[in-house]
Design a protein around this ligand. Structure first.
Ligand code: ZN
Length: 259
């Protein structure tokens, strides 16, 4: 298991250690078809933003847009990679997909940065699916359980470190989600109520963002239920497609296992 650089020719070049700062290549190269992509990063925390698209706020029918970014956390243990299964908790019938532009923090981290300083704190962009148990979200009054189950944070399929190099602007990317090929969500990051520099700056005044931390920027309208056997595909322009199957929770316990 290692980090690698995915080039445009479908080749993966293995790198030594972590991808931050100066990287060095091991010299090993593989066809992309021969490697299994995991979550492109294992963040110390995933910081999420609620109610950041007006159309999603309207469909949720839970009041107005917040005057400041609404923050919550997903645990690192909720992260899975492309192709992994989203696991539906026992008894749940109202688990929803939420496609989101994901920002990956770079080598210097981010603490008390201004919006103007934010670009230097960003390593790149990827896709996140902020999977949410809607009944628990409503019933609990806060969102830790509803958004914190193992497998509730698919990330990937890779991190794009040079969106500008392919002529794209993170402030105006198409964001969409399909379930079994049927269109569900559609939006553009230009519709974000709080844009990426504002969000990262705001979060950095609350908590230090470490290298590799992931910020999910909110979801456009069209969220809806997923159930075992379905396939969810989240796409952000220029970042590929993050595809995950949906399965029932497995009952594997750590009790009685190896220590
Ligand atoms: Zn979300």
């Amino acid at each position: 298991m290692s980090f690698g650089v995915l080039d445009g020719d479908g080749q993966v070049a293995q790198i030594e250690g972590h991808p931050f700062g100066q990287i060095s290549f091991t010299g090993a190269r593989y066809a992309q078809a021969d490697v299994r992509l995991l979550s492109p990063i294992l963040p110390s925390k995933v910081v999420c933003v609620g109610k950041n698209y007006a159309a999603h706020i309207a469909e949720m029918n839970t009041g107005d847009a917040p005057p400041e970014p609404l923050l919550f956390l997903k645990p690192s243990t909720s992260v899975i990679g492309p192709g992994d299964a989203i696991r539906i908790p026992p008894g749940s019938t109202n688990v929803h997909h939420e496609v989101e532009l994901a920002v990956v923090i770079g080598a210097r981290g981010a603490r008390n940065v201004t919006p103007e300083q934010v670009p230097a704190s960003i390593f790149g962009y990827t896709i996140g699916n902020d999977v949410t148990e809607r009944d628990m979200q409503k019933g609990d009054g806060q969102w830790t359980r509803a958004k914190g189950f193992d497998s509730f944070c698919p990330i990937g399929p890779w991190i794009e470190t040079d969106l500008g190099g392919v002529g794209l602007d993170p402030a105006d990317l198409a964001v969409s989600c399909t379930v079994d090929g049927e269109p569900r969500q559609q939006g553009r990051t230009s519709q974000l109520i709080f844009d990426v520099p504002t969000l990262i700056s705001y979060i950095s005044r609350v908590m230090t963002l470490l290298p590799g931390d992931v910020v999910l920027t909110g979801t456009p309208s069209g969220v809806g239920p997923i159930r075992p056997g379905q396939r969810v595909e989240c796409t952000v322009e220029g970042l590929g497609t993050l595809a995950n199957s949906v399965a029932a929770a497995d009952a594997v316990s750590t009790a009685g296992g190896a220590r």
